[in-house]
Ligand binder design. Sequence first.
Ligand code: NAD
Length: 341
Amino acid sequence: MKVLVYSIHGFDKTFLEHAAGDKHELIFTEVSLNAETAYLAKGCDAVALFTSDHASSDVVETLHSNNIRFIALRSVGYEHIDILKAQSLRIKVANVPSYSPYAIAEYTVALLLSLVRKMNETQQLMNNNNFLLDTLVGFDLHGKTIGIVGTGKIGSAFVKIMNGFGCKLIGCDINENLQLIKDTGIRYTNLKELCQQSDVISVNCPLNSSTKYMFNKSVFSQMKRGVVFLNTARGGIVNTVDLLDALDDGIIKYAGLDVYENEKSIFFHDFTGKQIEDELFRNLRSRSNVLITGHQAFLTTEALEGIARTTISNLDEWENYGTCKNEIKINFTFIKQNYEK
Ligand code: NAD
């Protein structure tokens, strides 16, 4: 199959080339897919997309008019694709439903530990030959209550790690994970109670119309004062303006973020020597109690191998059978829930 791979980066190109071997003709471009760049796919059978690409309705139409029949996503999330439009035009879309959930879960723990043990400040003092400890007092995680919103593959990997730390675990999910209850003793509750009881809250659910701005002023106001708030899922789940207010009010003591709601125009690009115009982002980044990184929780060798392997096997299946097990098929209930609100 001839495939245009949009948004290719130095970190994933060799993994894709290796997984594809000589089975598919991969054409790489660093540009992201959008209304201006969709025409580049002309002459290909498929496109392979990253989270920084944006296949809105008009983009999907342009892909269709250029005879694109398959969209292979190099991600778990698919909120950046108009699946309904693709389905109506008989373009098949498949994601990578699972690739090392440990990469993201372990990264979430790294953010958490860096914040509560003040690793950034420590490094800065060290570099200035200052070995005084007075400003570096942290707190134990052992015995603290961790609230996990979304206990799927990544959330449950995170829960298991925090179980090993000796934390109390409470979860909130539209589907309770019975095996996780057995394995860790996690107790499920609603979002309000989770907010009231947690010392640390980790967001691990997908972004869709029911989770957009799930964390807003009203939800932040229900949280314990001094909570640590972690989001390694998707930026749009959190209202950033309200998050900044919650930081100002002292409700949130520390925030560890790997995603940001307006990240598309910033993350995965090099702005060295240039100004970042986005005021909200600059505000977040300027705070010593906020650790924000550029959507890199997935960035391990194991995860990149997994993403490449599944992306290519999705293309293999389409080529050989015309269908593929990771195809995203939207049923009527989902459409009602996500598109008619
Ligand atoms: P998953 O589908 O295995 O788990 C998601 C869980 O969220 C499910 O248990 C689901 O029932 C639950 N959920 C859905 N709606 C909910 C709601 N309204 N309230 C509470 N729970 C809800 O997905 P996963 O593999 O664990 O990935 C989770 C998310 O992590 C992805 O959707 C993606 O956005 C994000 N992610 C981020 C990175 C990164 O690099 N930062 C990498 C991969 C995935």
